[in-house]
Design a protein around this ligand. Sequence first.
Ligand code: IZC
Ligand code: ZN
Length: 450
Amino acid sequence: MTLRVITGGRHGGPAPGLLVHGAAEVATMAGGLRTGSAMDEATAIASDGDPEGISVAAWEGRLVAIGRPAEVEAVLDAEGLALARFARIDAAGGTVTPGLVDPHTHLLFGGTREAELVLRQRGAGYLEILAAGGGILSTVAATRAATAEELLAHGRRWLDEMLSHGVTTLEAKSGYGLDLQTELRLVEVAHQLGTEGPIDVVPTFLGAHAVPPEYRARPDGTEAYVRSVIEEQLPAIAAHGRARFCDVFCEEGVFSPDQSRRVLEAGMRLGLVPRLHADELAPSGGAELAAELGAASADHLAAPSDGGIDALAAAAADDRPVVATLLPATTWFLMTDHHAPARTLIERGIPVALGTDFNPGTSPTASLPLVMTVACLSLRMSPTEALAAVTINAAHALGLGDEIGSLEPGKVADLVVWRVPTAGQIPYWPGADLVRIVVKRGRVVFERAT
Ligand code: IZC
Ligand code: ZN
């Protein structure tokens, strides 16, 4: 099987228009941020066996019309857009979805940590490995030693992999530098990868990911490092102007809610929107803090307190929703059995998104479709809920819900043509490569030649 990442837009070419036709189904995910029972609404336009299928038309990178071929042609006619100016793509009876959005990745790092898998099999805990100087700290050592060129090459390799799984936008955190110079390098490389395309990359500053070795020897090490994040790193990151979000690993044994609040509030004063690693391993006040600060998302939530869930539910009811970004591939890879309470979160009206948490320690998978499968099996999310969680709700977790995440006229033409006839089959074939074509801003950027 040959995979092609097409940079010149082979089908898109010079034509300003793109017409995808012959889809058995288009899962539009239209209608905005989803909560409660709406998370399970299919909003798919089905061909119902009509061999002509369903079409999607894009003009100059934006969606124009979705529906039966005659309906789409009527819209193009009305808009004065001649069909001859549209490159055509045959969806060949596959399903079409919005381009997937991965709202939580640690894309950029040096080294690998496969040895920790074996340590954990022998009973070592995640925080125990970190305390012994491994875990995040071993990645920090390798990342500090990596040049910008090496990080760019690594980033391109894994972005290609993510593209082949249908991702068109992702968030990329820093957090493996833990010193100003390396954190700036990570944010800059993330930004540069986004400008290269085709995947849009949203950089997040995660200086408060762990306490670096040079501070650990000191009795007041954590406090001193928090001060350096606030006083030294954050102002320079904000002045650099690339990072959109500020994140903190708010977890018992890492950073306390008070330390996290100080970092995130300092970031907010500098224009960085807060998001949190919240309650990944133990109830640590992360969900409560996310609600208090009006964070864009609270991520992990494998072990939120009842009060934390109440706080997120109250924020959602108050029209200040914090997206609960669940990362079930991490729980799976850590071999723990406390899963994020997805059913409770959905029942309580809290919007749920899913991300890979791609990182070298706890979730070395770049496949959002695989994460959808794990979410269905471990979190009991339905396939439709899982699709909403990696499209429209993930877009909202990045503050981009008005632009991407659903197929609606006027939105950016990011879409995936799958080799299955219905979106319900995406999580149903675990680990299979189901993506046939990826379109970014109206241009074909990936095609699997079968
Ligand atoms: O490198 O272990 N949880 N950060 C917080 C991680 C996992 C990534 C890592
Ligand atoms: Zn993470």
